[in-house]
Design a protein around this ligand. Structure first.
Ligand SMILES: [Zn+2]
Length: 315
């Protein structure tokens, strides 16, 4: 391709995705490959490099035109620097030298959820494009990205671990070992356990979602209970950062609108109790390319000439 491009790569838990963006931010090419959870990060990178190779061999991508590479990596990465500038440090568990040889361009990396949040920059509408948005992925864990002023908020590098916000200090034991974490109540496995505890013989989330869809009263009660727990967790986050909008995505949304409305109700109750504005909650189906797309946007934001219609500074 001609005028330059940004490459975004996601090394996710269940998939590897690549997005190539043109300079104006439009999608030029994308490819996703499903992977098993036991596949190592290094092997995942190998899969991504295979996709990039294919794009190069078919003249979809000219390595010399790449301005920058964004990489979203599953897992917690406390070594990522607060400004998102990962410099020459590799993410834990993966060496990026082969990527650097294939595409001679600077690399920025971060957690894959924070990269995916960037995909939703400007989603708060044309009147408030820089407003604070909380992006939440509801999956086996619960992760979040906070965007404001066109940037992802990182704290010391790990902001957004919403799944380990405590909603009950004497409650269920979380995978982290602590008691009462949000994801011990609303993670996919926790949701299935909750349904079994109420007598539903469900094998997995899909089976529970099918019951919800069929209008089963117990399954709907499970969906609402999980929604209320989500609303409690969200209200803690909202008290702290006061976003204009919350974007929810991830497999747990298959439990239907009852989950989202119960979460909204809980959040509304808690915000009104203290006379504060209630953010919109938007449920997004999302795309397997959200994180790789956001990662490519992150590279464009850093090294491109224009981003979302406005100039950015070079570094
Ligand atoms: Zn935990």
């Amino acid at each position: 391709m001609a005028a330059g491009a940004a490459v975004g790569i996601e090394l996710g838990k269940a998939q590897v995705a690549v997005t190539i963006l043109a300079m104006d931010g439009t999608v030029h090419a994308q490819k996703v490959t499903s992977t098993l959870p036991e596949v190592s990060l290094q092997r995942r990178l190998g899969i991504a490099l295979g996709s990039v190779h294919t794009f190069i061999a078919s003249d979809v991508l000219n390595p010399g035109s790449v301005l920058g590479i964004g990489l979203g990596v599953a897992g917690r990465h406390p070594t990522s620097r607060p400004d998102g500038d990962s410099g020459s440090v590799d993410p834990p568990g993966v060496k990026l030298d082969r990527l650097g040889r294939l595409l001679p361009a600077p690399i920025i990396w971060d957690n894959n959820t924070r990269m995916a949040a960037l995909r939703y920059l400007g989603s708060s509408g044309p009147e408030s494009p820089n407003a604070c948005v909380l992006y939440v992925v509801l999956s086996s864990g619960v992760s979040a990205g906070i965007i404001e002023g066109g940037q992802v908020f990182r704290g010391r590098g790990a902001a957004g671990e919403l799944g380990h916000i405590c909603i009950d200090p004497i409650g269920h034991v979380c995978s982290c070992g602590a008691k009462g974490c949000l994801e011990a109540y609303i993670g996919v496995e926790a949701a299935v356990q909750c349904a079994r505890g109420k007598g539903l013989a469900v094998e997995d989330l899909k089976a529970l979602a099918d019951l919800v869809q069929s209008g089963d009263a117990v399954a709907l009660a499970v969906s609402r209970q999980i929604g209320r727990s989500l609303g409690i967790g969200l209200s803690s986050a909202v008290m702290l950062i006061d976003p204009l909008r919350i974007i929810l995505t991830g497999p747990l949304l298959s439990l239907g609108p009852a989950l989202v409305s119960a979460a909204s109700e809980e959040l509304r109750f808690r915000r009104r109790a203290v006379n504060l504005e209630v953010p919109d909650i938007v449920a997004e189906v999302g795309s397997p390319f959200d994180s790789s797309h956001g990662a490519a946007l992150s590279a464009l934001q850093r090294w491109g000439d224009t981003f979302l219609g406005g100039p950015t500074s070079h570094s």
